[in-house]
Every structure is written in structure tokens, then in C-alpha cells.
Design a protein around this ligand. Sequence first.
Ligand SMILES: Nc1ncnc2c1ncn2[C@@H]1O[C@H](COP(=O)(O)OP(=O)(O)OP(=O)(O)O)[C@@H](O)[C@H]1O
Length: 273
Amino acid sequence: MTIDALPVAFTEGSTLPGGLEARAVSAWFGEHKVLDRVWLQMPAGRVTALIGPSGCGKSTFLRILNRMHELVGSASLAGEVLLDGEDIYAARRRLTDARRQIGMVFQKPNPFPAMSIYDNVVAGLKLTGLRAGRDQKDGLVEECLTKAGLWKEVKDRLRKPGGALSGGQQQRLCIARSLAVRPRVLLMDEPCSALDPTSTRRIEETMAELKAEVTIVIVTHNMQQAARVSDRCAFFLAEQGTPGFIVEHGPTTEIFDAPRDSRTADYVNGRFG
Ligand SMILES: Nc1ncnc2c1ncn2[C@@H]1O[C@H](COP(=O)(O)OP(=O)(O)OP(=O)(O)O)[C@@H](O)[C@H]1O
């Protein structure tokens, strides 16, 4: 497939692609059950934040959403993950398709340090089997670095190594790299926890701009960040050694201002976790 065959942007008023839905997702590491029947809709065009205390299964759930959980030898899961209504775990679906359609940005920026900024952005094309000519690549690099809010800072040094950028710039480079294969969904696992407040703000602005064309699901421990960036929130909890589950989910304003469950109120107000 060539890069041109992939969708670029969506016209206003159209049904946005990129809706993600978890149905009765449970997860195990060996015999240890860490998630119990999680149901969650993550609508297209929205930022969904996964919040909850350490160890309640947020990262595991995020990794299930793009089939990274199965990379761990002892890991197993049950349930379905639907992307635009189709189960990404269906037997006929290829692993590489799920990973291309559902990208991931990690806690610690992980560009290829010796590779140039330019080559970092286009690195995913080869891995996912997409072909692009030189001009297409040039256009793609500018487009993705612009969307990631990095173009102006790096346009005159695209051949410099990715590892020479600041931590915040490296994280935006990783976002640009994820965007280059035109994902429908971007998963972000605590993407700002290693960054200073200014870099954090830049990433949050980038998320606000991106969400119209890429569905975003973010794990964050920072309640102010969840309140600032997300449209919807899901509160996970694992009580006394039991597997993680969702206590409640809904519009972010409701979760923060009028939660139905007292445990949610305690968590978002910093009384535990
Ligand atoms: N590779 C692994 N092997 C075995 N157990 C694991 C593995 N990864 C996570 N776990 C366990 O799964 C449970 C959920 O972990 P997970 O990292 O998903 O939680 P989390 O809510 O994201 O935590 P944190 O907020 O601290 O990142 C924990 O009990 C953890 O110890």
C-alpha cells in the first residue's frame, strides 16, 4: 500500500473514523487477573482519559487497545476491542494493521537517538509496509512535524539526530512519528510525566489540535491534566488485591464536578491514590 491510499483528514459533519470500544475486556499475567470485564467507549474526535491509582490496570488496558499486551509471554486476555465496529483481535485481522491504525506514545520519549529527525518521522512507514516516494516523504515530514507542534523549531535541522533534541521536543518527535502512518487512534501512556511544565503545556496543546482527526486515549496521574485535556474520563480501581475495574466513566466535567460514586470523588479530590 502507498501512503496516498490512507485517509488524510475528515470533512466536517462526516462520521469520524476512529471510534474505539472495549467490550468485557479482562486481562491476566499468568494466573494473576489484573482487569475484570471492562466496558468502555472511546469516541472518535474526543480525548478519553484513563485515571486511577497505581496498579489498577490502566497501562495494561491501554496496551490491550493496540495488541501490545500479547507481547508479554505470560499475558492473556478476554473480550473484544472494536475499532470502527470491527474487532482488532478477529482471526483475520493482522497484528501490523492494528498497530498502524492505533499508535502509541510512551511515558519516556523514545526516538531513535542516532537517526535524523527526518528519518525518525518516516521510520514507521517501512515497519508497517507503506511505500512513499521522496516528495511524499518530504511532505509527510513537514505535515507530521507541524501537527506535532515541532516544525518551526526543527525545519532547519532535519538531518540532525533525534537524540539531540530536548525531552519535550523528543516527545513531540515521537508524536510526529506516530502520525506518519496515519493512525485513527493515538494511545498516550503518561506522555508528560518526564517533562517540564512548559513542554507539558505544548503536548497538551498538540492533543487539543490533533483530536479532531485522531481519537486520543491518555493515561495520566495528573488530575489537572485530565481535567484540562480530556472530554471523557474513566476511573479505574483495584480494591484489596482484586482485579482492576471501571468504577465510573462519563464526561470529564461530570466525573470531576458531580461524580456518582464516592470513591471517584475521593480520588479526583486527592483523598487517596
Ligand atoms: N509484565 C507484567 N508481568 C506481570 N504483571 C504485570 C506486568 N505488567 C503489569 N503487571 C501487573 O498488572 C497490574 C496492573 O498494572 P498496570 O501497570 O497496568 O497498572 P497501572 O494502573 O497502569 O499502574 P501505574 O499507574 O503505576 O502505571 C499490577 O498488579 C502489575 O503488577
